[in-house]
Ligand binder design. Structure first.
Ligand code: NCD
Length: 295
């Protein structure tokens, strides 16, 4: 594996397609029942400075499956409440000499703050509106399981593209894998230099529709969700227009009735809970790749 992984995983740009394919292949082996290695000598510290359900707990489950020990940081009960900085908090955990830090923080590229100042490898579990490398790996494996290949597939990414780290990471990596990525959503969420297409135009030829949550916590003023589903979301009418074999994805958490109507969340085209399931194998594979790069 590449030397870059010995410092952890900050963004997928630092990995070659071959390295990503190897992580995905190994993740698929785990999904297919190949036993996970025994990392009982390893300790991970999971530090989430932003709320999380599937990312934080799937890292924890993956660590359990790898027989690792993990320590869960709780910001409400930490010295952050006494005014300690993010940097010092990370330094403290680095001093405990763990084998891995899993960090999520609202600041974009938070990892640059302590680059070169800590020894422990770090996995970026989401940096503000920056990137979310393990979520994109999950999205790729979910698509690969469906179609068997990636190159040439048409993908629609729909919603709050501007503030979504998942969109950022997906656009970069999906294009690198030869997929055609189209975006759609409210004009407020359009990124400079990009174009939005009406979902109605994309729905007929896209193989994958990735819906995104409106990231209200990253907006200066509250965005109104009135009529959102009708104008920008998925509902039974849109479902009937989808290309045969096309699938619906969403990194979660889903606002039922907003990005997609209730009836679509678990419909036959939805792979939303498959994405959650794939989280365990993907995160186990990433952690193994980091440990192997340290040998
Ligand atoms: C996403 C996140 O936190 O970036 N969720 C996740 O990790 N699966 C998406 C979101 O919060 O909307």
């Amino acid at each position: 594996m590449d030397l870059t992984l010995s410092q952890g995983l900050f963004a997928l740009q630092s990995l070659s397609l071959t390295e990503i394919q190897s992580i995905l292949r190994r993740a698929q082996e785990f999904c297919d029942g190949v036993p996970m290695p025994d990392y009982s000598s390893k300790l991970a510290c999971n530090l989430f400075f932003e709320p999380s359900t599937r990312t934080s707990y799937s890292f924890q489950v993956a660590q359990n499956r790898l027989k690792m020990r993990s320590l869960i940081f709780s910001s409400e009960h930490s010295s952050l409440q006494k005014g300690e900085s993010f940097y010092d908090t990370i330094k403290v955990f680095d001093c405990f000499n763990p084998d891995l830090l899993i960090v999520r923080h609202g600041k974009e590229k938070f990892y640059e703050e302590f680059a070169g100042s800590i020894d422990t490898p770090v996995i970026n579990a989401g940096d503000g509106a920056g990137s979310h490398p393990t979520q994109s790996l999950i999205d790729l494996i979910t698509i690969k399981q469906e179609f068997g290949y990636l190159a040439g597939l048409n993908v629609a990414i729909v919603g709050d593209v501007l503030h979504s780290r998942v969109a950022n990471t997906n656009i970069e990596i999906m294009q690198r894998f030869g997929m055609k990525v189209f975006m759609s959503g409210p004009p407020e969420f359009l990124k400079r230099g990009m174009s939005f297409f009406p979902l109605l135009e994309l729905i007929e030829f896209c193989d994958v529709i990735v819906m995104l949550r409106v990231q209200n916590e990253r907006h200066d003023s509250k965005f109104s969700l009135k009529d959102y589903n009708f104008k920008y979301g998925l509902n039974s009418k849109m479902l009937s227009l989808m290309k045969p074999g096309a699938i619906i994805m969403h990194p979660g958490p889903v606002n039922r009735g907003i990005e997609l109507t209730e009836d679509l969340v678990e419909c036959s085209r939805s792979r939303i809970f498959n994405q959650v399931k794939n989280g365990i194998c993907v995160r186990a594979s990433v952690m193994e790749a980091i440990f192997k790069s340290l040998i």
